[in-house]
Design a protein around this ligand. Structure first.
Ligand SMILES: Cc1cc2nc3c(=O)[nH]c(=O)nc-3n(C[C@H](O)[C@H](O)[C@H](O)COP(=O)(O)OP(=O)(O)OC[C@H]3O[C@@H](n4cnc5c(N)ncnc54)[C@H](O)[C@@H]3O)c2cc1C
Length: 476
């Protein structure tokens, strides 16, 4: 299907692509989605490890235009994938996706004012490009471990673990204590012979009661009866709560430190807390892993925590710097991913754009690239909240351009100081290359109120005197 003209092309049909498509459709803006895989849902289809789920309450993580209701706050990856499939099907989005189509290069012609997207299925042309290609590398991050090849057991990344991985009865070491490790640990421990979480250094871990309360239950029932205000209110308070916790913990770290010590009291004694649960960094400087059932597993000794640095693998396990040997026949590396914002080359008039350290306005537009949007969520809370806000904002920009016969929109390329809101390893590893976010507080409660009001002076438009034919806006 090469050489078709579209008003907007969205690259990627994950959570962000579906959001963009919904708001474009709601405003009759013709578009298609190009998706390299054979289904919608993005990252929620590609990982199948035991315990995979969201850390954000699903009421807040699901779309405001189609809330996911459940007896539980946190739901499995499989359920989220199902929700995204159903949402895309019911809203007619799946029908707009051109599947098995991988974009390898996008070039913007300043003369023609259009994008040419080069794919394995030919070239697609559009006025606007919304890049929702995700922000993690396809392959996981695996640090170099000395002696890994001598290990007689199996060693694999959590990303490669699924229902077919033989875990039952095995002596598992799970390396890492980030969000994925803490989600996976109880599910793996439930079937393993023994289970050790091996962490280089502790993280703040929050254990969530996963059952919704009476009020949320009633709000959900009212929503199904056609009265959505109470559920919207719940959503607002969940957002406010996560924003407030983030701000308070960052401004007054002692509050967070006290909170977590108290949170683990009754599960572990003070000495154990200091050794395994008290990080060297302040609360919310890194993402806080959310546990379900971890405390119970620790109390029942079904999960053991070990904090120490890996010296090398041996035939029978992992040797730490301090001489301890952790015997194991299955080592699962929960060592995360690397960041990758651009999955294809971007050029303007054939000149490749250097995307390193590019200024990233509001998590929405990249400096100097015309008619280009890239929705990206804040680090401490639901990705969906800002992605939806950005989708609506993109629509406002496009409608403004339609009204005034404008051809291009961009923000200037400039140097912006890298100031990551959180500093986990996966950000710090690549900090010198990453897009630099600015123009946002990263607090959706405030941003959505104040920082996403459309002001034309925020953007550089061109072509005010160029009349745009109605056909260009209705084609597709
Ligand atoms: C285990 C896990 C748990 C998480 N939990 C939470 C949570 O609790 N809360 C939260 O807010 N966030 C969470 N996240 C972050 C999550 O990544 C985002 O919330 C969101 O799903 C990202 O959606 P996306 O559409 O931007 O990207 P993706 O889901 O990665 O989708 C990108 C899509 O683009 C396609 N694509 C990529 N390159 C190309 C190309 N060149 N051509 C064509 N198509 C392409 C891909 O195939 C994919 O379908 C979690 C992530 C993981 C991995």
């Amino acid at each position: 299907m090469p050489d078709i003209d579209e008003m907007v092309i969205i690259v990627g049909a994950g959570l962000a692509g579906i959001s963009a498509s919904y708001y474009l459709s709601s405003n009759n803006i013709p578009h298609i989605l190009l998706e390299k895989s054979s289904q919608v849902g993005g990252i929620w289809n590609s990982q199948k490890w035991p315990g995979i789920r969201c850390d954000t309450e699903i009421i807040n993580y699901s779309y405001s235009f189609r809330p996911y209701t459940s007896d539980h706050y946190l739901v499995s990856g499989e359920n989220i994938s199902g929700y995204l499939h159903t949402t895309a099907n019911e809203l007619g989005i799946t029908a707009k996706v051109v599947f098995n189509t991988e974009v390898s290069k996008a070039d913007f012609s300043e003369d023609e004012k259009l994008w040419r997207l080069h794919t394995n299925r030919g070239v697609f042309k559009s006025r606007f490009l919304i890049n929702t290609n995700g922000y993690f590398t396809d392959k996981p991050h695996i640090p170099e471990f000395e002696g890994l090849d001598t290990f007689k057991g199996n060693a694999l990344h959590l990303f490669d673990v699924d229902d077919n991985t033989p875990i039952k009865g095995r002596h598992v070491v799970l390396v890492g204590s980030g969000a994925s490790a803490i989600s996976a640990a109880p599910a793996i421990a439930a079937v393993a012979g023994s289970m050790t979480i091996l962490q280089r250094s502790p993280s703040y871990i929050y254990q969530q009661d996963n059952n919704i309360g009476v009020f949320v239950d009633i709000a959900q029932k009212l929503h199904h009866a056609g009265f959505s205000a109470p559920l919207n209110l719940v959503n607002f308070f969940l957002q406010l709560k996560s924003d407030l916790v983030f701000v308070i913990f960052r401004m007054f770290p002692w509050t967070g430190k006290l909170f977590f010590r108290y949170h683990w009291r009754g599960t572990v004694d003070d000495k154990t807390y200091d050794e395994h649960f008290r990080p060297v960094y302040n609360p919310w400087e890194q993402r806080i892993p959310v546990a379900i059932g971890l405390k119970e597993m620790i109390v029942k000794k079904k999960i053991r925590l070990v904090t120490g640095n890996i010296k090398r693998f041996t035939e029978t396990g992992i040797l730490l710097d301090d001489g301890r040997l952790i015997e194991s026949d299955l080592c699962i590396l929960a060592t995360g991913f690397n960041l990758s914002f651009f999955k294809f080359e971007i050029s303007i008039n054939g000149q490749t754009v250097d995307t390193r350290k590019i200024n990233f306005y509001k998590g929405m537009m990249m400096g100097g690239i015309p008619n280009y949007f890239q929705p990206f969520g804040p680090p401490h809370t639901s990705f969906t909240r800002r992605v939806e806000t950005i989708s609506k904002h993109i629509v406002k920009i496009i409608l403004h351009m339609r009204e005034h016969g404008l051809d291009t929109v961009k923000i200037e390329r400039k140097q912006v100081r890298q100031k990551p809101r959180i500093t986990p390893n996966y950000i710090m590893r690549d900090l010198s290359k990453l897009p630099a976010i600015y123009g946002t507080t990263e607090i959706p409660t405030i941003d959505n109120l104040l920082f996403f009001r459309f002001r034309k002076s925020d953007y550089i438009f061109s072509g005010a005197d160029v009349a745009v034919s109605e056909k260009q806006y209705t084609a597709g």
